[in-house]
Design a protein around this ligand. Sequence first.
Ligand SMILES: [Zn+2]
Length: 300
Amino acid sequence: MEIFLTAKNKRNLDFLLNEDNRLIQNVLFWGEESIGKKTMALYLAERLLCQQRTKNNENCGQCQSCLMFKKNYHPDLLIVESQEKSISIEQIRQLINFFSLKPILASLKIAIIDEAEKLTVEAQNSLLKILEEPYFNDLIILITAYPQKLLPTIKSRLLNLRFIRAKNEEIREFLIEKMKIKQEKAQLIAENANGKIGEAIKMLDDDYWQEKQEAKKKLKELVKGNDFDKLMIISEIQEEQFSFLFKEWLDLLRPLAKEKILIEEPKRKILLKNLLEVYPFLDSTNLDRRLLVENIFLNI
Ligand SMILES: [Zn+2]
């Protein structure tokens, strides 16, 4: 079964709850990066941890649990994130330990494993034991953009929910209603978010917004400039910027991107193809990213 979701509305997840407002089973949220998976996982956690949910089944925002959640310090919530590029078996042991004790404030405990593709094989095998536990009444949410990197045995024990991009309009509404952003700014961000709610949230940070504008400017210059200009621009890119730039450029070049007018058709397709080809290998340490970018842009 495949269920598609956008992160527009937290009530989207109501079907996951039974009459007692408990979650039916552990879940896997998967889909592209920055599409709202973690936002949704946190929404869900906040609601399930609340001690006195409203009639509409929303979190109350006032109980001790809600207040702790807002302070990013909830004793019944564990967020597991990668340390130095992977999630180790030691971190899963800590997770098992976390679940071995009774909840302190809420009626259940919740663990969110972000970037679950970074779980080592040992860590996944260890996690499997707790997922197989028949009397497990708490909740584990795995989040990943790369579900193919998870063991099939893990995936089959989770309800797999796929997140897809939202419409601009949905993102605009989300920003106005949930994030209390002014109409005009919400519109501008929505247009630049390419359907990704997580990306829209990041754009509320001015530095991040600026970085995105820079990436766009660089792409334009790299397409239009002569070879000398191109080499100059590429020489000024910092090593740690490459993966961000690639991600941005791929978004700007995809067929439905709003900005596609800036590059004429055959060129756009070739660029997109070349960037996509190397993108999966961008993190490998022995790769000369600068040379790679030179090759891609000097040849168009
Ligand atoms: Zn509450």
